[in-house]
Design a protein around this ligand. Structure first.
Ligand SMILES: NC(=O)c1ccc[n+]([C@@H]2O[C@H](COP(=O)([O-])OP(=O)(O)OC[C@H]3O[C@@H](n4cnc5c(N)ncnc54)[C@H](OP(=O)(O)O)[C@@H]3O)[C@@H](O)[C@H]2O)c1
Length: 319
């Protein structure tokens, strides 16, 4: 209800970075369902932004799973009582309740838990949309950089499902074990991608690191290969001789942003593709830990310090 106060995670620059506080539940738009949040997962992009925030009291949170408390007024989308997963583009999902446009929600199969579903929105959808930009992967080689990350771990598995032979890039031997366990056929331990050419040519590459890794991924494409850039965790500056693209034939470098792509294929259409794999036991969410949301500050710090692999899921007590 409008005017209602709810508990939510908010930015806390003077304190622990993030904390629980009372905030106003905003008034609904006609296409928004009200979701009672049961679990959420953390992504590096949003946590980094929140931990560096200078303003206190801002909400946060993309990835949620929970139960519809009130359906959208326009009559579309899931009914009250439906278990759902949601991508909260308003960055306000880490709360007891959140209003979500129904195109950003999908119903959960009975076999999928809230905790599993909460890992999917940003990491799973980003991996899915990047893999969708590959053509004819069956029996071909794919390169996944940043393979130890949230997106990377889903990308390894989805590229395998698309029929690719997967090479994963990580930056330590310890992370190589993680990438192999997720199904990578080859794992390269490298900071700059110097070994990519010797393992290619790749029909497809996806990169969130930038810098020399991205340049070397492009160099290692085959003559009809596509490299998708979706982040710059390492460096936004890349020296890329453009001849590396056309000398391979008609290789391409493309970008992917989840918000923009969600306008083309809404999460309500994309989620079921991942949920079907989860339901069939063919997608590993790699949940490293499930804790109560009162521990948000410590979990956010652990994520930023990269003290664990896989996803951290927080449950919303009282939901
Ligand atoms: N375009 C979009 O719509 C979109 C969507 C989601 C995410 N992103 C971006 O994609 C990136 C990955 O997201 P995520 O959630 O998967 O993050 P994550 O879980 O933190 O994973 C980051 C990955 O990048 C590696 N890495 C980080 N800094 C590095 C550096 N300086 N040099 C080499 N490797 C580095 C990490 O390796 P270690 O494990 O060794 O630390 C890890 O494999 C982020 O930049 C994020 O902002 C973009």
């Amino acid at each position: 209800m409008a005017g209602e106060r709810i508990r939510a995670v908010v930015t806390d620059p003077g304190g622990d970075g993030l904390r629980l506080a009372d905030v106003a539940l905003r008034a609904p738009a006609t296409n928004e369902a009200l979701v009672r949040v049961a679990a959420f997962s953390l992504n590096r992009g949003e946590v980094k932004r929140a931990m560096n925030a200078t303003e206190a009291g801002n909400t946060i949170g993309w990835d949620i799973a929970g139960t519809v408390a009130a359906p959208a007024a326009d009559g579309r989308g899931p009914a009250a009582g439906t278990r759902v997963v949601g991508f909260c583009r308003g960055m306000d999902g880490w709360a007891e309740q959140v209003r979500v446009p129904t195109p950003d929600l999908a119903p959960l199969p009975d076999a999928v838990s809230f905790e599993q579903a909460a890992t999917l929105p940003v990491a799973g959808l980003t991996a899915l949309h990047c893999i969708d930009m590959a053509r004819a992967l069956l029996g071909r080689k794919a390169l996944i950089t940043g393979a130890s990350g949230g997106v990377g771990m889903f990308a390894i598995q989805l590229a395998r499902h698309a029929g690719a032979r997967v090479t994963a890039q990580v930056r330590s031997a310890e992370k190589a074990v993680f990438a192999r366990a997720l199904g990578a056929d080859e794992v390269l331990v490298t900071d700059d991608g110097g070994g990519f050419a010797g393992n290619g040519p790749f029909r497809f590459a996806m990169d969130a690191i930038g810098g020399p890794l991205l340049a070397n991924a492009v160099k290692a494409l085959d003559k009809d290969g596509v490299c998708v850039s979706y982040g710059v965790s390492g460096s936004p500056e890349v020296t890329l001789p453009v001849a590396d693209l056309f000398l391979h034939g008609r290789a391409a470098l493309r970008g992917m942003h989840l918000y923009a792509t969600s306008e083309i294929e809404p999460p309500s259409a994309a989620f079921p593709r991942l949920l079907g794999l989860l339901e069939a036991g063919r997608l590993d969410c790699r949940i490293d830990r499930v804790t109560d949301w009162s521990e948000i500050a410590g979990q956010a710090r652990d994520l930023m310090d990269r003290t664990f692999d896989g996803k951290a899921v927080l449950t919303v007590s009282g939901a």
